[in-house]
Structure formats: C-alpha cells, structure tokens
Ligand binder design. Structure first.
Ligand SMILES: [Mn+2]
Length: 432
C-alpha cells in the first residue's frame, strides 16, 4: 500500500507558517554558536535507520499479547509497511529480516518489491535461541535447549553453523551485506557449564561461519548479560564481544543493543571504547527502565541517547574511520501501542538526538576538557541538549517529501484503518 502524497502535503501545509518561523529563529540561534543549520539538516537527512521485520507487529510478553488489526502476515506485507514508514518519515530505507520467520520464497520478487518502495535489505538475523517448530533453523534436527554454538555436542554446534550459513545465502540473494548473530548461549546455574569451554566453542563456530561469508560482508555479534540464561551468558558484555570479534576476523564487529547492558552501565563510554578499537558495528536502538524492555527509543532516557550520539558525532566528524559504515537499526517491541506509530516515534527520537549532538560546538568542548573546565564542559553539552532542534528534523523530513509530524500524519491519513480494510483484523506472530 502506498500513501497518497497529495494528502500528505495538505497535512504538512497546515503547519508550514509556524515551521518557517521556528526554523528561521533556530538558524539564527545556531549561527551565534557558529553552527550552520543547513549542514545539520543535510546530516540528519542522511541518517537512515533500518526497520526490523519483527517490530511491525504487536509484540508479546510472556504474560500475553494484545494485537491490533491489519498487521503484516507475509514478507511482502512487511516490506509494504516499511514503505509506508519511509513515506511518512524519510528516516528508514531498509528492512532487516529474521530467519526463520522471513525466509524469502522468491528472493528476486521480494527484492523487486522492496526496490519499488525505495528499500534495500539490511543485516540478516539468524536465530539459534529456539527450535523452530518447522525445523527451519535446525537442519540436523537437534535442539538448542542447552545452547547452540556453546553446546558440548558437536552436532548441535555444526547445526548452528549451518543455520547461519543458510542465513548468509538468503542474504546474498537479497543484496544484504551483513550477518547479525545474537547468541542465547550461557548457563542458568553454577556447575552447569564450563565458562572457558563455552567461550572457546562459540569462538570456533564464529570463525567457521566467518569463512563462509562473502569478502564484502560483515559479521555483527551482539552481547547481552542475561536472558534467556540468567546465571551466565557467553557473550555477556562489550569486553567479551570485543574478544570474540578480534578472535573471529577483521570484518567481525561489535553490535551495541541499548537494552543489553547491566543497570547503570555507561553505554556512551562503551561506544567510545569500541570505536577506539575500530570495532563498532552499529546499534540496536530502544529504551528501557529495567533491562531489555525494548521500549520506544528516547522515551525514558533521552539524555543518555544524546550522550551516545555525542560519541558518534565525534567519530563521524573525525579523521579515523572504520572499514564498515555504521549500521543503525531499531530493535524494539510494542505491546500497547500501534507498532507503526511506535516506530515513527523512535525514528524521530533518533534523528533528534543526532541533531542535538551535531549542534555541540566541538572545539569549545575539547578546550573545556583540556583546561579541566568541568562546569564549562557540562554547560556546553546541556546547552545543546536543551536547544529545541525539532525544526531541523522536521525540515530534513519534509525535504524528502515526508511528514512534518509523522504520527499526526499517520493518524490524519487513517493509515491503520486502511491496513485493516486491506488485511482484515487477522494477526500473525511473525518473529520476536
Ligand atoms: Mn538486539
């Protein structure tokens, strides 16, 4: 389904006088700090965030699921929904698939469909954290109950390797160029497993998968200190992740999921460390109060998000570069909101944090740090954070033909109603 852009322009035009006045005032304010608003708008426009296929439907907790209607049941419908998100936000132009839920029956057709919406395929996600009921991720017919790549049984490890190779094959057909590996491996009780043996088994498997990747592909490994194993996880933290990446190969990078840290972890410092080692894959954006809550980006800790982008802008505007383009993706779940509205809110929050970080006067910040001007450094960061740069984000969106206010436009155009009319109220669980 494609939106009628004439109607979108009508909705935008209602806010245009106010927008022009706000943008003009903000540009003058930024000028005084020697920040060029036009350059910030261009930078914001280039930040494209991938939409994960599993975020398009209502999520679930283990206490239940409360789905709305019109959710995508097929890969084609998921691609269509990302197309709508692109039209409304101008902030997403790719979709990240999760195998076994998104196995493309006909890769050429699905690739053509995506390109008709201006979309490409982002990182491919494998799944060895469960046994697919159809056996689609267990080619050897063995269970991942006691782990996949960490497993003591060689046949299980071989199976996990084969599944990841299968995912690479699907990705090659779709034009993707990276494999994201999140491992559920670990243990639930002391005595269950040998930490070192588990780590070495995982390292060995990753090396074997890495050898099967095309030379222009990257592997992203994602750390997490808990869940579904609660005593230990093999890839528990950024340090373990960095060890695995370095032990795997030059194109193995560390993915940072904002919900995959112990409480109070200084995530922005983690980002700085991993960049220093030239191993940052990119991000899975979400927000959380307690752990891997997968809440809307920026809904709880927008200042943390801004501080993370402060580190990223330092890297992006600096001279030292990694081999890979950083990968930006949302990894969230929506239990009580329309998933499309939630994603639009997340894109907006990411663009806003990026825009704020782009308006930090970096030379002045560096001078404050060199001179041990503690209050001065804080003032510089907080001034950027407290300046409302939403007019820049809105301008970046509208220059791409997208909405002044994506959620308001989504409602004004009655997108969910159109989706329900087209698909009915049926719903399908199609990924986590
Ligand atoms: Mn993630």
């Amino acid at each position: 389904m494609k939106l009628n852009l004439d109607r979108l322009n009508d909705v935008n035009n209602k806010s245009m006088d106010l927008h022009k006045a706000e943008l003009d005032l903000l540009s003058q304010k930024l000028d005084k700090k020697c920040i060029n608003a036009e350059e910030v708008i261009k930078d914001i426009s280039t930040l494209q965030v991938a939409t994960p296929s599993w975020a398009l439907g209502t999520g679930a907790t283990r206490f239940g699921r409360f789905p709305g209607g019109g959710e995508p049941a097929t890969l084609e419908e998921k691609v269509g929904d990302v197309g709508i998100l692109k039209q409304l936000s101008g902030q997403t132009s790719s979709i990240s698939l999760h195998i076994p839920w998104d196995i493309p029956e006909n890769a050429e057709d699905i690739k053509d469909l995506a390109s008709s919406y201006g979309l490409t395929f982002d990182s491919m996600n494998s799944n060895t954290f469960m046994d697919d009921p159809r056996g689609a991720n267990t080619p050897n017919g063995l269970s991942y109950k006691y782990g996949s790549m960490c497993n003591t049984i060689e046949g299980v490890r071989d199976q996990a390797i084969q599944h990841n190779i299968d995912v690479i094959e699907y990705g090659k057909r779709l034009g993707s160029n990276s494999l994201t590996v999140w491992l559920a491996d670990g243990s639930n009780y002391p005595g269950q497993a040998n930490f070192r043996r588990q780590f070495e088994n995982v390292q060995d498997c990753l090396q074997k998968i890495y050898k099967e990747m095309p030379e222009d592909w990257f592997m992203f490994t994602e750390h997490k200190p808990f869940e579904p194993n609660f005593y230990s996880t093999v890839n528990a933290d950024w340090g373990s992740n960095l060890l695995l990446a370095k032990g795997t190969g030059e194109r193995c990078m560390c993915l940072v999921d904002l919900g995959h840290h112990l409480p109070n972890t200084n995530i922005e410092q983690v980002v700085s460390r991993v960049i220093m080692e030239k191993r940052l894959a990119g991000f899975h954006f979400n927000d959380s109060k307690y752990s891997d809550d997968d809440l809307t980006v920026g809904s709880l800790k927008p200042y943390q998000l801004f501080l993370i982008f402060n580190e990223l802008v330092e890297y992006l505007k600096g001279d030292e570069k990694q081999e890979n383009e950083l990968a930006w993706m949302i990894d969230a779940s929506h239990n009580t909101k329309d998933p499309m509205e939630d994603l639009l809110q997340s894109f907006d929050a990411i663009a806003l944090a990026y825009g704020q970080a782009l308006t930090i006067p970096r030379t002045a910040l560096n001078e404050a740090q060199l001179n041990n001007d503690v209050a001065g450094g804080q003032e510089i960061l907080q001034d950027a954070y407290r300046t409302d740069v939403r007019p820049l984000v809105r301008e970046a969106r509208m220059r791409q033909g997208a909405a002044y206010d994506p959620v308001a436009a989504y409602r004004a155009l009655q997108v969910r109603k159109q989706l329900i009319d087209a698909r009915g109220t049926r719903v399908a669980v199609t990924g986590l």
